[in-house]
Ligand binder design. Structure first.
Ligand SMILES: Cc1cc2nc3c(=O)[nH]c(=O)nc-3n(C[C@H](O)[C@H](O)[C@H](O)COP(=O)(O)OP(=O)(O)OC[C@H]3O[C@@H](n4cnc5c(N)ncnc54)[C@H](O)[C@@H]3O)c2cc1C
Length: 429
């Protein structure tokens, strides 16, 4: 039987992508009252540590950045084509504030310093610079600063997080750090433990009490307790505070290896709250075909495995990510853009994609590939003209940036989404 298709949906903006750039763009558009439709799979968010990096490492020199604003000033001078050159500090601050306010309202508060990166313990015991930190991790930032006596705890059978490893790496600079490995009797002792299962189990009082009872005998002189980021999916702050009360000292989370519970938290917060802002969401849907009407509007066919819904949009924002997100595809002929066949700025040939050593501090040319835009975030042709007047791009698909090396994933996604939406709204009010 042939499927009946629904009436086309008309909107001012179609956001393609549901990673951090797409989510931020839809959020900023909704806050401006722009009728927005959004489609995309979960994207890289599920891998997210929960930390919102802005600018943590300078490219080339690998210098660690404590003041991201000073760092960005330098970056714009030394790398004028970097997409951070398209947004002002004020726009970046506004973008980050809007995002963290949204997450606060959704039950996931964030903390950070106005002008400095915070230092956070990583799951391997190194220290990472980042701009915004889930409130559940903030007591760890303070403990690291003061080097207070602290207990790091892991759960036996939970892979990818070893308290012993973290402590042995940090101990030279933090002598009063101790490690403990605990059992959770309600979890299956025989097999591996699953972080999501433990996290959901801690949403109930009995689960929290069991965890506190398992930690208490190891407490000693500790003034704070660090745990892997598994303290519930929803109401994490409540769970963290309740555990702290049971133990008599503050408890904090330490980011875990990807895929992480922090990513599930973000995904569920966006999934649940974006529709309430008025965004017409088609999550787990992709765009299958695109055409253009005579008046310039885009017609997009979206669906799960085949076209189910037609969207007619005055403007489109492309936030389809890089290779993982599937915004870019690499083949024998080079790197292409997957939806509009946009020109992609890229190394001359495949032989230039990578340097000889994977860890070469200068990075790899392929990681700077992407879509080039004008100063209004519209993808451009080789001679610098916008491909379409009403097509914008934001996030990791943009050329001339290597967010992995510069530790600027979320910051770049969110700042460019803000810049693109502001450009679209002010030039086409
Ligand atoms: C392992 C890992 C760890 C990370 N850790 C951190 C961290 O600690 N801190 C930090 O700040 N950042 C981190 N990031 C980076 C951050 O998650 C990314 O920079 C950011 O998600 C990039 O976002 P994006 O929206 O541009 O792309 P993506 O997240 O890749 O999203 C692309 C979106 O486009 C959609 N899409 C593609 N094609 C179509 C189509 N045809 N139709 C519809 N939709 C389509 C995809 O489904 C997806 O929704 C990490 C990323 C990874 C992979």
């Amino acid at each position: 039987m042939e499927k009946t298709k629904t009436e086309p949906i008309e909107c001012r903006l179609m956001v393609i992508g549901a990673g951090m750039a797409g989510m931020a763009a839809a959020l900023f558009a909704a806050r401006r009252g722009i009728a927005t439709v959004q489609a995309g799979l979960t994207g890289e968010t599920l891998y997210a540590s929960g930390l919102f990096d802005l600018y943590g490492v300078s490219p080339g020199t690998r210098m660690l950045i404590d003041d991201p604003w000073q760092g960005l000033k330098r970056l714009r001078q030394d790398h004028p084509r970097h997409p951070f050159g398209l947004v002002s500090d004020h726009q970046i601050r506004s973008a980050m504030d809007l995002l963290t306010r949204f997450l606060d309202e959704a039950g996931h508060p964030y903390r950070g310093y106005p002008d400095q990166n915070a230092r956070v313990i990583t799951p391997v015991g190194t220290i990472k610079r980042t701009f915004r930190v889930p409130a559940t991790m903030w007591a760890g930032v303070t403990a690291l600063e003061t080097k207070a006596p602290c207990l790091i705890v892991d759960v036996k059978g939970l892979r990818g997080f070893s308290a012993k490893q973290i402590v042995s790496t940090l101990k030279p600079s933090w002598p009063d750090l101790t490690a403990a490995s605990i059992d959770l009797p309600r979890e299956n002792r025989m097999g591996p433990k699953y972080a999501e299962h433990i996290a959901r189990g801690l949403e109930v009082e009995a689960g929290r009490r069991e965890l506190a009872e398992a930690i208490a005998p190891h407490l000693g002189q500790a003034k704070a307790v660090g745990l892997p980021a598994i303290l519930a999916i929803h109401g994490t702050e409540t769970v963290r505070k309740a555990l702290g009360q049971m133990l008599g000292v503050p408890v904090f989370e330490i980011p875990t290896m990807p895929p992480a519970i922090s990513g599930i938290r973000l995904k569920e917060a966006f999934d649940a709250h974006m529709p309430a802002l008025g965004v017409n969401t088609f999550y787990q849907h992709t765009v299958h075909a695109i055409s253009r009407l005579k008046d310039g509007r885009f017609v997009l066919e979206i669906g799960r495995t085949e076209p189910e819904t037609t969207v007619v949009a005055e403007h489109v924002l492309l936030a389809t990510g890089r290779f993982l997100g599937k915004g870019l595809v690499a083949g024998r002929q080079g790197i292409g853009e997957s939806l509009f066949d946009l020109p992609v700025s890229q190394p001359e040939n495949r032989g230039c994609w990578h340097r000889e050593t994977f860890l070469d501090p200068r990075g790899h040319a392929i990681n700077l590939a992407g879509v080039e835009t004008d100063d209004r975030f519209r993808p451009v042709t080789a001679d610098g003209r916008p491909v379409y007047d009403n097509l914008y791009a934001a996030g990791s698909i943009l050329a001339h940036q290597d967010w992995i090396r510069t530790k600027s994933g979320t910051g770049l996604a969110v700042a460019t989404a803000y810049g693109a939406i502001e450009a679209m709204d002010s030039f086409h009010p």
